[in-house]
Design a protein around this ligand. Structure first.
Ligand code: NAD
Length: 496
């Protein structure tokens, strides 16, 4: 465990068939891949990227191991998940530090993520002792009809970098609980924290081949999705990659769960205190450096609330402190990479060309590396930035004359992930819950954050119609198939 104390210069390997292996044998001439700290460009970890041959070995191992794992029974699998929860809790500080070094979020944010992941493991472990399946009456008096859940087989788990522990745990824990084997391809930006999580599962007793980790580029993800052995793909990431996965996996009959981007709106009515609303809005827009699929990208202020919000938003955005997330007192860490900083800056520049005005910007953000000052814009709703996801700490204040116009604006993007309504009027809240096209609607709360036991997922381009994540029942529906068993009793045969 010492390697996690100072997260620099780590050497990583893939987990294939229960062994940590260098991989990349057919690419020996290629250079090592690296992950770097977005706050200071230090190399956190190096590794040799997995190749098609490593993927093949992982798939073979998963197919081989899955049968015994499914025969082990729910309770034994639940005990393994419980042990994983205990181990992750013991290693929480090291894993959180590694996350901050590799992904950039602040240490308090990383600690919250690891803590929620521990709880998620406990939650799914607890499901192993719950009643399973249903019993139906039969037209025959001596017959019992029941449903039985069976594992799918091998499941592909493909995850993004922005919640490098929580999102994988949402997927891997229920996949394993229900007796599947997993081939996991995490984002290339966060290999070290992914390896630390895989080590937790290994140490908890997940048998060889049941969980395989490939540190690999997107092209290996595409091969994984196309592999005949893969019965289901659970993916969180961007819309274009999600769509390419659906296009390959669905025609060959694989099950697909896609959690994609968002452009989340918060409607603010004139009947709430603008100071209280602004506090929540800034948290929802800028927390985790705005790199949340659920971040508040648009604030739609109704009537006089538009003018009332501006000084309140300004006060809070200007009070934020941007810096290395490992330093105490820092509110906003860097973006994931210098490229991301350039993308966000380009999007703000384009917005200004399209009529945006900067209402507020955090002063004193360090120059260089991946730092970006949180920014509040205002401008026409037709600007690209008010429609397309820009993954950073930028939000746009829009004006609406009334609730009708606000709901129309909120629904005016291709996305439908989360939304908020700030109002003290119950009828207004109820109308928004019913009329806003989003998988999650909150009242007087940030568009970000969700309870780990509640179904989570979007609508429109933000998701794909499949059982939703997080909740044990919906996870069971995704990670198993159900068969109906008609069980009549046979009269024993006694030969004369
Ligand atoms: P991304 O789509 O670029 O990558 C996600 C994963 O897919 C990575 O592991 C990547 O290597 C892999 N990948 C890339 N190309 C692939 C291909 N052709 N086939 C298979 N796999 C491939 O996303 P990202 O930049 O890592 O994450 C940011 C995005 O994720 C944002 O759009 C954000 O909104 C979204 N996100 C959504 C949710 C949600 O729950 N809805 C949560 C977090 C992030």
């Amino acid at each position: 465990m010492d390697q996690f104390v100072r997260p620099t210069g780590l050497r990583l390997q893939h987990l294939i068939d229960g062994e940590w292996a260098d991989g990349g044998t057919e690419a020996a001439d290629k250079q090592d891949a690296v992950s770097t700290n977005p706050a200071n460009a230090e190399v956190v970890a190096t590794y040799r990227q997995a190749t098609s041959a490593d993927l093949r070995r992982s798939l073979d191992a998963a197919v081989q191991a899955q049968r015994d794992w499914s025969m082990a029974g729910m309770i034994r699998r639940g005990l393994v998940l419980r042990r994983a929860a205990e181990l992750l809790e013991q290693r929480a500080d090291q894993v959180a530090r590694l996350m901050t070094a590799e992904e950039g979020k602040t240490l308090p944010e990383a600690r919250v993520e690891v803590g929620a992941s521990v709880e998620t493991l406990h939650y799914h472990a607890g499901q192993s002792r719950m009643a399973e399946g249903s019993i139906f009456p039969s037209s025959h008096p001596d017959e019992l009809i029941r449903t039985v859940r069976r594992p799918l087989g091998v499941v592909a788990v493909i995850t993004p970098w922005n919640f490098p522990v929580q999102i994988p745990v949402w997927k891997i824990a229920p996949a394993l609980l229900w007796g599947n084997a997993v081939v996991w391809k995490p984002a290339s930006e966060t290999p070290a924290v992914s390896a630390a999580l895989a080590q937790v599962f290994v140490d908890a007793g997940v048998p060889a081949g049941v969980l395989n980790l490939l540190l690999a580029p997107g092209s290996i993800g595409a091969e994984l999705v196309a592999a005949d052995e893969v019965a289901a793909v659970t993916f969180t990431g961007s819309v274009p990659v999600g769509r390419s996965i659906a296009a390959v996996a669905i025609p060959r009959g694989a099950r697909v769960q896609l959690e994609l981007g968002g452009h989340n709106a918060a409607i603010v009515m004139p009947d709430v205190d603008p100071a209280v609303a602004a506090e929540t809005l800034v948290f929802g827009a800028m927390g985790s450096t705005g790199q949340k699929c659920t971040a508040t990208r648009r604030i739609i202020a109704v009537g006089e609330m538009y003018d009332a919000l501006i000084p309140e938003l300004r006060k809070r955005v200007e009070a934020l402190r941007v810096g290395d997330g490992a330093e105490e007192g820092v509110d906003i860490g860097p973006l994931i990479s210098r490229q991301s900083r350039k993308d966000v800056q380009d999007a703000v520049d384009t917005a200004i060309q399209q009529g945006a005005e900067v209402l507020a910007r955090t002063p004193g953000a360090p120059d260089g590396e991946a730092f970006f000052a949180p920014t509040v814009l205002t401008g026409p709703a037709t600007m690209d930035i008010a429609r397309e996801e820009v993954f950073g700490p930028v939000t746009t204040l829009l004006r609406a004359a009334d609730l009708d116009e606000a709901i129309e604006l909120a629904n005016g993007t291709k996305f439908g992930l989360t939304a908020s309504i700030f109002s003290s009027d119950e009828r207004t809240v109820r109308r928004c819950v019913e009329e806003i096209d989003a998988g999650l609607v909150k009242a007087n709360a940030p568009t970000t954050g969700s309870e780990l036991h509640v179904p989570f997922g979007g609508t429109k381009a933000s998701a794909f119609p499949a059982p939703r994540e997080q909740n044990a029942q919906t996870a069971a529906d995704f990670f198993t198939w159900s068969k109906s068993a008609y069980l009549r009793t046979a009269a024993p045969w006694r030969p004369a």
